[in-house]
Write a protein that binds this ligand. Structure first.
Ligand SMILES: NC(=O)c1ccc[n+]([C@@H]2O[C@H](COP(=O)([O-])OP(=O)(O)OC[C@H]3O[C@@H](n4cnc5c(N)ncnc54)[C@H](O)[C@@H]3O)[C@@H](O)[C@H]2O)c1
Length: 368
């Protein structure tokens, strides 16, 4: 078997491994113990299934009862209706409480299939096999599962930890360029929120990452997963520190909702959101403007957008931000920063300052 790295998410009896390596899809022996009973339902979408489903199914041993469910691609299908298809498939195969769901795909499949796993018979085992960079470094780790409603993203969900996360870095070879770049936004997030050294490493290795250099990508995935695994182990249900992982997300989610899901990729919205958070921090005198400029430079180098989409309405964005799950008692609670590597939770942000900052950002201007 090829070399593989193992990082554990230390959650006591629910501790689980993240395996990172090349060719892991074809090596289920490494993660076979994550499958409890006999029934296994592999859930994927039509794009990823065409590329990798056969390899996963072929690797599962003959003693298992395996079924597959392939759903249409896209965020538009991260819905209760798609979860209902997972339930129907489980019922069809007479899956019991010891059944396992394998989620093969990006964050959409992982979130939706994970949510279905959380609900079926009040919770069954599931394994994440993330195939986008974003899912490898973020959504597959930590047990947040959800589906969207027309009223907002991720409004219906559950905390439900996977039994294992299998990151086969070979799958990144087929990832579209724009998706790779969107994933890099989440990688930058780990440097921005808590690791200035990693941020500097990303600045130094931006070209290697864009060229999909395997060593550079593996280092970026490993560092990101270590960071997320540590935070999740210390604060599984987001009572405190875990909220830092939402750096840029309150702005980003508002942009995604304002544009209709699908106009901006999640990672692209987060890139703009992180910049807005950095600029607001500077405007409020909490952080140096130079750090916002460094963030802008790195995200731009990764080909990520930095300006609000044309026609963005500052008041509408603020209204959407007020709906964010992180707000407490009607106060705007944002993750801002003191500078690179130092994100912090700010519980009562002045809405007028947010509005002014957003109004200033409209149009295709660049710069920190
Ligand atoms: N649960 C969490 O903690 C968490 C964190 C961040 C984001 N998310 C969620 O993740 C979702 C976004 O995830 P995403 O960016 O992975 O999007 P995605 O799942 O839609 O995947 C992006 C695109 O890439 C395709 N694809 C996936 N793997 C591929 C491969 N190896 N080769 C070729 N094509 C491939 C997919 O079919 C899709 O078209 C959002 O719904 C977001 O809310 C969840």
């Amino acid at each position: 078997m090829n070399e593989a790295l193992r990082i554990d998410v230390e959650l006591g009896p629910r501790r689980y491994p993240i395996w990172i390596g090349a060719g892991l899809l074809g090596q289920p022996a490494r993660w076979r113990s994550a499958i409890g009973g006999r029934h296994v339902l592999v859930v994927s979408n039509d794009v990823v299934a065409a590329l990798y489903l056969d390899r996963v199914v072929a690797g599962l041993d003959a003693g298992l009862v395996v079924a597959t469910l392939v759903v249409p691609d896209g965020e538009a299908h991260k819905t209760l209706a798609t979860s209902a298809r997972v339930f129907a498939a489980l019922a069809e195969m007479k899956a019991s409480r010891d059944a396992t769901i394998i989620a093969l795909g990006g964050g959409v499949i992982g979130d939706m299939a994970g949510f279905a796993a959380a609900c079926w018979m009040r919770g069954i085992a599931f394994v994440q096999i993330p195939t986008t960079l974003l899912a490898m470094v973020d959504s597959s780790v930590g047990g947040k599962t959800a589906v969207d409603l027309p009223q907002g993203k991720n409004l219906v969900g559950a905390f439900h930890q996977p039994r294992a996360v299998i990151v086969d870095t070979d799958t990144l070879a087929t990832l579209p360029e724009r998706e790779l770049r969107a994933g890099l936004a989440e990688v930058v997030k780990y440097g921005a929120l808590g690791d200035a050294r990693f941020f500097a490493w990303l600045e130094a290795h931006a070209d290697a990452l864009l060229q999909r250099d395997p060593e550079a990508l593996t280092h970026a995935i490993e560092t990101s997963c270590r960071s997320k695994a540590g935070i999740v182990a210390r604060d599984e249900t987001e009572q405190g520190e875990r909220a830092l992982l939402n750096f840029g997300h309150t702005f980003g989610h508002a942009l995604e909702t304002a544009g209709g899901y699908g106009a901006l990729l999640h990672g692209e919205a987060i890139a703009i959101g992180m910049l807005l958070a950095a600029r607001l921090s500077a405007r409020l005198g909490r952080a140096p403007t130079a750090d916002a400029q460094r963030l802008h430079a790195l995200l731009t180098r990764f080909g990520l957008p930095s300006a609000l989409p044309p026609g963005s309405d500052a008041q509408r964005l603020l209204d959407l931000m007020r709906l964010d799950k992180k707000n407490v008692s009607g106060r705007l609670r944002l993750i801002l920063w003191r500078g690179i590597g130092q994100a912090e939770i700010v519980p009562d942000v002045d809405e007028a300052a947010v509005l002014t900052m957003l109004a200033e950002q409209r149009g295709p201007r660049a710069g920190g």
